[in-house]
Design a binder for this molecule. Structure first.
Ligand code: SAM
Ligand code: ZN
Length: 371
């Protein structure tokens, strides 16, 4: 933990400032990094430990047992797949488009559910003022190993529903997390509540639309069988699925989608956009993707209209919702209405060029039920 984090962290019980007691650094090479110690509330008796460099704000008796279990399952995944990959950059900014590196520059940013820290690192490279990345489970230790010592990055073990911050962020985001929470909308509301009124927010979630096979076939298997398997057993199971998946992506989906770009008569391939998208990765990443899907105790598939309603409920005046790879929803809003309109036009431009102008106009109307 960097001492500068102290000016942002507050007590979960009374929102008062915290002070550091008995802080210890790791060694003389990392004199700026507090590796162990205690944060104590300046107004009440509550204390929070700093363990292995990370302030710990999760109290298992106060969080949802389901979310704690989810955090433990994902920690297994991140411990087994801790690697960083340069292709994450494009993937990340595709997920959160219309947000781009320029947008986040100099901002104080909150990431909800950071996993192994791959996106916090990309935010830091994009030039944010500071990024606070939280995760409920021991994924935060994997993130700390990967990026904990980098300047401007603050890793905190916390539950999205109990965030130890004031309403002070310029931008908050959550990628691939809220649909794994016991109450996704509560997670979104809690994240939004930490953003300044003129700030912005982005979330990416699994979509209900187009995912009937995941909901009807894979979900019951995941809930009843695979999420309960020990990870040492799930690992080879996931590998045996990832191998044919890789072959299919590389030798069917990618060539099919390429041919379709120039030969419009070729019919769409089921799940083609997504399979083509993940075909850029090698076996290890696909193994991780399959493992991740199978180990999650909870996965909601969120209908578009319901997703858009979260923004309204959180008090955002409007939102821009984009269908990503035809299987998930990416939503953006901002308290700055000019900024929101700029982002809306960016999404519309991309949708227009992707679908062709006539279809795009119809889709644009459908995809903006708030209008
Ligand atoms: C699928 S992973 C995505 C991680 C990261 N956003 C990424 O894309 O690399 C979901 C992460 O959210 C975390 N998570 C789930 N529920 C949470 C909660 N209530 N509070 C904080 N983190 C949570 C999990 O521990 C897990 O690391
Ligand atoms: Zn307190």
């Amino acid at each position: 933990m960097k001492p500068s984090a102290l000016t942002h962290l507050v007590c979960l019980s009374c929102l008062s400032d915290l002070k550091l007691a008995d802080g210890q650094t790791l060694d003389s090479n990392h004199a700026e990094e507090i590796y162990a110690g205690t944060l104590s509330c300046t107004a009440c008796s509550r204390e929070y430990k700093i363990i292995r460099g990370v302030p710990r704000f999760v109290d298992e008796t106060e969080s949802s047992a389901t979310d704690i279990r989810t955090g433990a399952s994902f920690a297994e995944a991140w411990k087994r797949f801790p690697m960083m990959d340069e292709r994450y950059q494009k993937q990340f900014f595709d997920w959160i488009f219309p947000v781009d590196p320029e947008f986040v520059k100099d901002k104080v940013v909150l990431e909800c559910g950071c996993g192994k820290g791959r996106h916090a690192k990309l935010m830091q490279e994009a030039g944010v003022n500071a990024i606070f990345a939280v995760d409920i489970g021991e994924a935060i230790d994997v993130a700390y190993e990967n990026i904990g010592f980098l300047p401007g990055i603050h890793l905190i073990q916390a539950d999205i529903e109990k965030l130890p911050f004031r309403r002070e962020f310029d931008f908050a985001f959550s990628v691939g997390v809220l649909h794994h929470m016991e109450s996704p909308i509560s997670g979104f509301l809690s994240m939004s509540a930490k953003v300044k009124p003129t700030g912005a927010v982005t979330a990416w979630v699994y979509g209900r639309e187009s995912n009937w096979w995941l909901i009807g076939i894979i979900n019951p298997i995941r809930m009843l069988v695979t999420s309960k398997m020990p990870s040492s057993l799930l690992l080879p199971v996931a590998a045996s699925l990832a191998f044919p998946l890789e072959l299919y992506c590389k030798f069917v989906a990618r060539p099919w989608m390429n041919l379709r770009q120039t030969n419009k008569w070729i019919p769409p391939l089921f799940y083609g956009e997504y399979l083509n998208y993940i075909s850029q990765f090698g076996f290890t990443e696909l193994h991780h993707i399959v493992f991740d899907h199978l180990i999650a105790p909870v996965a909601y598939y969120v209908p578009r209209a319901y997703f858009a309603s979260w923004f309204k409920t959180a008090g955002w005046s409007d939102c821009v919702v984009r269908w990503h790879n035809r299987n998930s929803w990416s939503g953006f809003s901002s308290g700055n209405l000019e900024e929101l309109e700029l982002m809306r036009s960016r999404v519309k431009d991309v949708t227009d060029s992707y679908l062709g102008a006539s279809t795009a106009r119809a889709t644009d109307r459908q995809e903006s039920p708030e209008k």
